[in-house]
Design a protein around this ligand. Structure first.
Ligand code: AMP
Length: 439
């Protein structure tokens, strides 16, 4: 039997891995300049962390969360026929997104007590969602994200969006490749009234309610705003006439939103106001945003928003927060579509070629000396002919080949060949590492 990857997962190596490293490198440098520190939370969390942190009514929690069950617990679940009877700490899931885990860490370790300065974290980590795999939609994918906790100021919203757009630009997107959509989802003082208005819109007309898709029938009761996200064409048509939150925002939310837009205008970031943008997760308040690369056709390549209630929901003191997440695989696909090479050149090396088999020990010694000096060094381990060693050196993208031959060794030198110009020089064996590292 041939073993296979799990459905919707990928192996990252070669140019794909170099691209992933590049994205992390660019993020690390750029996010650092905005004061964000790297965080790595566990891949596995208690189910409750996501139920509270993402929202019980979301698709991510209801349908897409991968559960993690150890062998011993699985036996108990099978015996009982359900997870009932398990303790909270035994009910585990693989993280479907990054915010819930970071917020859990901030609350658990009291990293942002009331009155303290905001904390800023970024992450680059695998996420897991049990979605139907397709282009740009995987079951294990990678997100680069930021969380900025403790900053209610609309400047934080604007700066985070600016950071996000600069991140895309540094990766190779041009402003005209991207569409940034923004919206305000209101807060506790205006959203409940609006939700009720929208719920009535969806439910009061019996005929209309009956024509909704099954998901929207549930959404209408639990979280009617989610119906703006419905992919069903009939529901989409009905939602065109739905009342909009922008017409119901309270004065504070209106003012906050106006400030965010003012700052974006100030630095010349283009955006489209989309009053139907609600984002998939339950926790957003006020500013939400999403970025697409229309030419690429892979859906959203990133998005985020403000979550001023989330910390409290997760057991902390009332603390505002805002963040974004960007999907690596979709960025990779989009940049490919735009003809931008994210991977960059293959890494070079020095190849130590063995001209005669009895000199193998000398090759071992020189290879060791080069590696000790930090040089990526390769040689032959299959007793190949000198000709095929040169071929291998080319394949390995060697910039330089060190040829170890008995004639030269009798004079305590080796030949160093530049693989591009084919120029050759003789270098004393004792100086080879210094020569390579200084040229
Ligand atoms: P979300 O947390 O759903 O807002 O996702 C943030 C970003 O992660 C999206 O804009 C996508 O770029 C990416 N993303 C979300 N789900 C997937 C998936 N199943 N496969 C690949 N990328 C994804």
């Amino acid at each position: 039997m041939q073993v296979q990857r799990a459905q919707g997962t990928e192996d990252l190596y070669g140019p794909y891995m170099r691209s992933w490293l590049k994205v992390q490198h660019v993020a690390g440098r750029l996010f650092n300049s905005y004061g964000f520190d790297l965080i790595e939370t566990p891949v596995m969390e208690q189910v409750d962390t996501f139920v509270h942190g993402i929202g019980e009514s979301t698709d991510v929690v209801r349908k897409e969360m991968f559960r993690a069950v150890s062998g011993a617990i699985l036996e108990r679940v099978m015996e009982n026929g359900s997870e009932k009877g398990l303790k909270a700490r035994q009910r585990l899931a693989l993280r479907p997104e990054g915010t819930a885990g970071v917020v859990r860490a901030v609350v658990e370790d009291n990293l942002c007590p009331p009155g303290s300065s905001p904390v800023k974290f970024w992450y680059a980590s695998p996420m897991f969602r049990g979605e139907r795999p397709q282009k740009g939609r995987l079951r294990q994918f990678h997100q680069i994200g930021t969380e900025w906790i403790g900053a209610p100021d609309p400047a934080a919203d604007a700066e985070l969006i600016i950071l996000l757009m600069n991140f895309y630009y540094e990766l190779g997107f041009k402003p005209e490749d991207l569409v940034l959509r923004i919206n305000s989802m209101g807060d506790d003082s205006c959203r409940p009234t609006y939700r009720e208005t929208l719920r009535k819109f969806l439910m009061d007309d019996e005929e209309m309610y009956a024509s909704l898709c099954d998901d929207c029938k549930v959404r209408a009761e639990v979280n009617p705003m989610r119906s703006f996200d419905c992919k069903n064409p009939h529901c989409q048509e009905l939602m065109v006439d739905a009342p909009l939150l922008k017409d119901c925002l309270c004065d504070e939310c209106k003012e906050h939103y106006a400030q965010v837009k003012k700052y974006l205008d100030q630095v010349g970031i283009n955006y489209i106001e989309d009053p139907t943008l609600v984002r998939g997760l339950d926790y957003y308040t006020r500013t939400v945003f999403e970025v697409e690369c229309p030419k690429a056709g892979v859906g959203a390549i990133g998005g985020g928003g403000r979550y001023d209630k989330l910390i409290e929901i997760c057991g902390g003191k009332s603390t505002p927060g805002i963040g974004f997440a960007v999907g690596f695989e979709r960025i990779y696909l989009a940049l490919q579509e735009l003809g931008v090479d994210l991977a960059g050149d293959e890494i070079g090396c020095v190849y130590v070629a063995c001209a005669e088999s009895h000199l193998r020990d000398k090759v071992f010694e020189i290879t060791h000396a080069l590696r000790s000096a930090g040089v990526r060094t390769e040689c032959d381990y299959q007793a190949r002919s000198l000709k095929s060693q040169f071929k291998q050196a080319d394949k390995l993208n060697a910039q330089v080949t060190v040829i170890v031959g008995s004639d030269e060794l009798s004079r305590d030198v080796v030949t160093v060949r530049d693989m591009q110009s084919h120029e050759q020089v003789e270098v004393p064996v004792a100086d080879i590492a210094t020569y390579i590292t200084s040229n």
